[in-house]
Design a protein around this ligand. Structure first.
Ligand code: PBG
Length: 336
């Protein structure tokens, strides 16, 4: 390098940062409502709104109230909702039969949402944990081990049931091997060829899911159990790329990395190395951390939440599943 003789810096990075107009002109990434997917918890009944203690601002709601939430999402320009059912214990079983009941909660909610808001994308979760008495995402053997191929048959029925109810996107979050191929075949045979598959390809065995398990009530069923035999080890990164590559070859359309903020390197690798539509899930624990710090006055909630969300975009995400979706869309509108 040439020695710098001038008493002045030859390049001043701060010049472009000096004014709002030039900061705006060189901004590389922008967050918009178009980037957001809003997860919602739905249960049976009417006029129910049960706040989730570990997720301030998030409630489990009955369909009538969910329709109001959907209306708000549409008004704010949020493209899609992701549905998570809260299933009563009496409907949980070893075989998870309720998962593919065409008259069950999820199909009825999907039908009602699509009838009222045909342009709002509806994403359903394909996994058995809301329906199993033990809270695992699949069927288990006598030792409690989660069975792969037996589970695939149930997941395929569940995905088809959601698609036939009108779900636009089915999102397998179970981490069984071969599930995307099995679901795609089931959908194709039934001529549900436009149903998108959002594969939770790189889903880690994360402790940041704690508040979600409270919200859907699977924490109690799972007890001291864990998901280490199917969800990924947080220490791994190459393995995530293999998972996404498999899901590409099996016919998925969209690819999820989950959780979000501790896994930005995975988001970046998936986007750079595989160039596929890449999504990230800012999970319940990430949301709870921001909420708790904000409630204590330790963080500025709006600023920190918007910073975390734009950081997902910078890392390479095309979309973000976040409990902040409606707030973020509102904040963006306010600031516009
Ligand atoms: C399970 C599922 C989980 C989440 C979404 N679907 C958790 C788990 O694996 O137990 C977590 C989402 C969150 O923490 O916000 N199919």
């Amino acid at each position: 390098m040439k020695p710098v003789h001038s008493a002045f810096p030859s390049t001043r990075m701060r010049r472009m940062r000096r004014d709002d107009f030039s900061r705006r002109l060189m901004r590389e990434h922008r967050l918009s409502a178009d980037d957001l997917i809003y997860p919602v918890f739905v249960l049976e009944g009417e006029q129910i709104n049960q706040p989730v203690a570990s997720m301030p601002g998030v409630s489990r709601v009955s369909l009538d109230n969910l329709l109001r939430v959907a209306e708000e999402a549409v008004a704010l320009g949020v493209p899609a909702l992701a549905l998570f059912p809260v299933v009563e214990d009496a409907k949980k079983s070893l075989g998870a039969e309720e998962a593919y009941n065409p008259d069950g909660l999820v199909p009825r909610v999907v039908q009602a949402l699509k009838a009222r808001f045909p342009d709002l994308g509806i994403i359903t979760d394909v996994a058995l944990d809301p329906y199993t008495s033990h809270g695992q995402d699949g069927l288990i053997d006598d030792t409690g081990y989660v069975l792969n191929d037996e589970t695939l048959e149930v997941l395929a029925k569940q995905a088809l049931c959601h698609a036939q109810a009108g779900a636009d996107v089915v999102a397998p979050s179970d981490m069984m091997d071969g599930r995307v191929a099995r679901i795609r075949a089931e959908l194709d045979v039934a001529r549900q060829i436009y149903t998108r598959i959002l594969a939770y390809s790189a889903k880690y065995a994360s402790s940041f899911y704690g508040p979600f398990r409270d919200a859907v009530g699977s924490a109690g069923n799972l007890g001291k159990g864990n998901k280490y035999t199917y969800q990924m080890d947080p220490a791994n990164s190459d393995e995530a790329l293999r998972e996404v590559a498999l899901d590409i070859s099996e016919g998925a359309d969209m690819f999820m990395v989950k959780p979000g903020m501790p896994y930005l390197d995975i988001v970046r690798r998936v986007k750079s190395e595989l160039q596929v539509p890449t999504y990230v899930y800012q999970v319940s624990g990430e949301y709870a951390m921001l909420k708790a710090a904000a409630a204590n006055g330790w963080l500025n909630e709006k600023a920190c939440a918007l910073e975390a969300l734009v950081a997902f975009k910078r890392a390479g995400a095309d979309g973000i599943l976040t409990y902040y979706a409606l707030d973020a869309a509102r904040w963006l509108k306010e600031d516009a």
